[in-house]
Design a protein around this ligand. Structure first.
Ligand SMILES: Nc1nc2c(ncn2[C@@H]2O[C@H](COP(=O)(O)OP(=O)(O)OP(=O)(O)O)[C@@H](O)[C@H]2O)c(=O)[nH]1
Ligand SMILES: O=P(O)(O)OC[C@H]1O[C@H](OP(=O)(O)OP(=O)(O)O)[C@H](O)[C@@H]1O
Ligand SMILES: O=c1cc[nH]c(=O)[nH]1
Length: 485
């Protein structure tokens, strides 16, 4: 026992000296490792303009949310990632491990594997990792290499195909080291676990799972793992947005992180510009319904059925934005329940004809609700003319749910809103409900009516030259009412 303690002390002591990247030919090179940012390969890749071009196009389809998870060896990164993936069960999440981008050792390096520093940034092919994350971010699938920890090589003929998804988690000890990789992340998490706990886990993992003897594990730890942690991993902690003490045991932190990711996923870029735009939180159910109603091959019956389901969700969500008052009731157990009372001064206004498809859902939610109508004639595509209106007399005292499934140029909506305001409805008392909004329509409405609320189920990419929403769902009214052939 005293002998073992001495040898551990020795290796720990030795850890405080200099350390080097890649293969240590003599175990004690005299110059520090070349800075990775100075390599020509680094300079040539991914110019800043490539990134800004990606970021600048506000009409581009929604980009995946990229989470970086870093921390020392055996800190519990994998557990944290698993928990996030599990809790985000209704989103498509992919995990990319930095380990997959280990360069793999040359035969010469393999012969002296004990002198190879697997914990130095140069041990990873960061250019390829960047390429992978950029491709996934732009919606393309990527063939991730498979690295074998036993042979220290990559499998030459097989890859793991990672598909594009809503969330990409990039996990590894050094994922915050390179600024270009960091810049691709929307959220950075550092798993902070005490060094002694990590070392104990590492010893158990490497001896039990990787068939190594304890001395070689400690030697590698002292010579490479600990120094690289101090030099590269720990300094990158400052880039983290969230630091999780105790790793996977910290359920509160993971819950908060997942909540934040959920909020961000539901947020279109336009919601950041216009805080009164609400996109209902996307789920596979909602996407499934959109997939059906956007499919030009769907039957009329199914188009109506799935549009109605979506409309009901949008209506329910819209009602959630109405004011309420507190109300107490006595339950059958003679206890007091403190709840809320629905807003009483309410009405719906549909823009004829498509908006009428939303009336049933509103009636189903609000018994006996008054519903007015506005008919706007489309004269060309910019000229809209109001030709009919029938509104409740006391509309100025009511909150108005304005109904129309499509917001395209915004001209119809603006005509209708203008009329409501003329009738005395305060702008902030109008909630415009629709299934699909085009960015152009949102800009157009908010230019004139910034305090109105829009509740929609998806924001599309753009309008085409014919002012149709892209990808859109074609002419909603014709498809819903069966007048399209
Ligand atoms: N001996 C040896 N070690 C390697 C090799 N490749 C990677 N490593 C070690 O693997 C570690 C990186 O993985 P970790 O972060 O510990 O693994 P992990 O399972 O993701 O850790 P947690 O999930 O945080 O517990 C580095 O510290 C390297 O020293 C190899 O081929 N041989
Ligand atoms: O934002 P905009 O560019 O004004 O376009 C949106 C309008 O177009 C559609 O109606 P359409 O004129 O096709 O009539 P319909 O409801 O009778 O089908 C839709 O229901 C909106 O009212
Ligand atoms: O794409 C569009 C544009 C306006 N109205 C629709 O129904 N669809």
């Amino acid at each position: 026992m005293p002998e073992e303690t001495t040898s551990i002390d020795y290796v720990m002591e030795a850890a405080s000296g200099p350390h080097f990247s890649g293969l240590r030919l003599d175990g004690l090179l005299s110059s520090p490792p070349a800075s990775s940012s100075s390599s020509p390969a680094h300079r040539s890749l991914a110019s800043p303009s490539a990134f800004s071009a990606l970021a600048a196009d506000s009409n581009a389809p929604k980009q995946p949310f990229v989470i970086g998870v870093s921390g020392g060896t055996a800190s519990g990164k994998t557990t944290v990632c698993d928990m996030i993936i599990q809790q985000l069960h209704d989103h498509r999440v992919v995990l990319v491990n930095q380990d997959s981008f280990y360069r793999g050792l040359t035969p010469e390096e393999s012969e002296r594997v004990h002198e190879y520093n697997f914990d130095h940034p140069d041990a990873f092919d960061t250019e390829q990792l960047l390429d992978c994350i950029q491709k996934l971010k732009s919606g393309q699938a990527y063939q991730v290499p498979i690295y074998d920890f036993k042979s220290h090589r990559r499998c030459s003929d097989s890859f793991r195909l990672v598909n594009a998804s809503d969330v990409i988690i990039l996990e590894g000890i050094l994922v915050f080291h390179d600024q270009r990789v960091r810049n691709l992340m929307n959220m950075k998490i550092f798993v902070d676990t005490d060094a002694d706990v990590r070392l104990a886990r590492r010893i158990r993992r490497d001896t039990v799972e990787r068939g190594r003897d304890i001395n070689s594990v400690l030697e590698q730890y002292a010579k490479f793992v600990k120094p690289a942690f101090d030099d590269f991993v720990l300094p990158s902690k400052k880039y983290a947005d969230v630091i999780i003490p105790r790793g996977g045991d910290n359920h509160v932190a993971i819950d908060l992180i997942v909540q934040h990711i959920r909020t961000k996923l539901g947020q279109h870029d336009l919601c950041k510009i216009y805080p009164n735009v609400y996109v209902i939180q996307s789920t596979f159910q909602i996407r499934g319904m959109h997939t059906l109603i956007r499919d030009r091959e769907i039957s009329k019956h199914d188009f109506v059925f799935y549009s109605d389901r979506l409309i009901r969700l949008v209506v329910e969500h819209g009602l959630g934005h109405l004011p309420f008052t507190e109300k107490q009731v006595v339950t059958p157990t003679a206890s007091v329940y403190t709840g809320v009372d629905f807003c009483k001064k309410l009405c719906g206004v549909s823009i004829v004809r498509s908006g009428e498809s939303m009336e049933n859902a509103l009636r189903a939610c609000c018994k006996g609700i008054k519903i007015g109508k506005i008919l706007i004639h489309r004269d060309g595509d910019d000229g809209k003319q109001l030709i009919y209106e029938k509104l409740p007399k006391d509309i100025s005292e009511r909150h108005v749910l304005l109904l129309d499934p499509v917001l395209a140029t915004g001209n119809s909506a603006n005509q209708a809103i203008e009329l409501l305001i003329q009738k005395g409805v305060p702008e902030s008392h109008i909630i415009f409900l629709n299934l699909i909004s085009a960015p152009e329509g949102i800009h157009c409405v908010y230019k004139r009516f910034p305090s109105l609320k829009i509740v929609t189920s998806e924001i599309d990419v753009a309008l085409n030259e014919e002012f149709r929403v892209i990808p859109g769902m074609g002419e909603f009214g014709d498809r819903y009412f069966g007048t399209d052939d």
